[in-house]
Design a protein around this ligand. Structure first.
Ligand code: AMP
Length: 195
């Protein structure tokens, strides 16, 4: 299996790139943000509780997020690998993910962080908010809050995998195609022998 974490602040292009990487490497994309938005659309109890956090730009509690993620992964025993986008966002989530990978006799091949500045991100997200229909992209204070939470709670995850020699940094500025090529060059080095 080839399991990759696509990492970076909100608006760094994870979703766009994960979509394309999913196809190229025949992986299953797991975006916890998309899963939450799907629950909200279907008005499930999980969606209702997640919405209050998402509207403020806060993280949904780990227990809820990890449970949802596990269910998605365990529903795909046929997967050749996963590309995680927007997960893990806390150290307990990273530990839970490693535990889950062991359960399916696999592991995380690497975390790839997209390197983008805060100013670039605020501009990109406000632009995306005009068309994405996402309320959390329309309000600059919510965007700044998401970035702050990223710095405080999420960025340590990069060090967590760095300590295992599994973190890689890729320049996230440029055209979608150029960034895609850079990501592929990194992923090609991570492909285990059994894939
Ligand atoms: P995203 O689509 O990844 O930008 O996520 C949108 C929102 O969903 C975030 O601002 C959080 O409120 C919530 N969310 C998504 N993924 C996670 C996660 N791994 N842990 C906690 N909350 C999350």
């Amino acid at each position: 299996m080839l399991n990759i974490i696509l990492f970076g602040p909100p608006g760094s292009g994870k979703g766009t790139q994960a979509n394309q990487l999913e196809k190229k490497y025949n992986l299953i994309q797991v975006s916890t943000g998309d899963l939450f938005r799907c629950h909200i659309k279907l008005a499930t109890p999980l969606g209702k509780s997640a919405k209050a956090y998402m509207d403020k730009g806060e993280l949904v509690p780990d227990t809820v997020t990890i449970g949802m993620l596990k269910e998605k992964v365990l529903n795909h025993p046929e997967a050749k690998g996963f590309i995680f986008d927007g997960f893990p966002r806390t150290i307990p989530q990273a530990e839970a993910l490693d535990g889950l990978m062991s359960e399916i006799n696999s592991e995380i091949a690497g975390l790839i962080a997209l390197d983008v500045t805060e100013e670039e991100i605020v501009g990109r997200l406000l632009e995306r908010g005009k068309t994405s229909g996402r309320s959390d992209d329309r309000d600059e204070s919510v965007i700044r809050n998401r970035f702050q939470i990223y710095k405080n709670e999420t960025s340590p995850v990069e060090g967590y995998y760095g300590d295992k020699g599994k973190s890689h940094l890729v320049d996230g500025i440029g055209s979608i195609e150029d960034i895609f090529d850079r990501l592929c060059a990194t992923i090609d080095q991570l492909i285990p022998a059994d894939v």
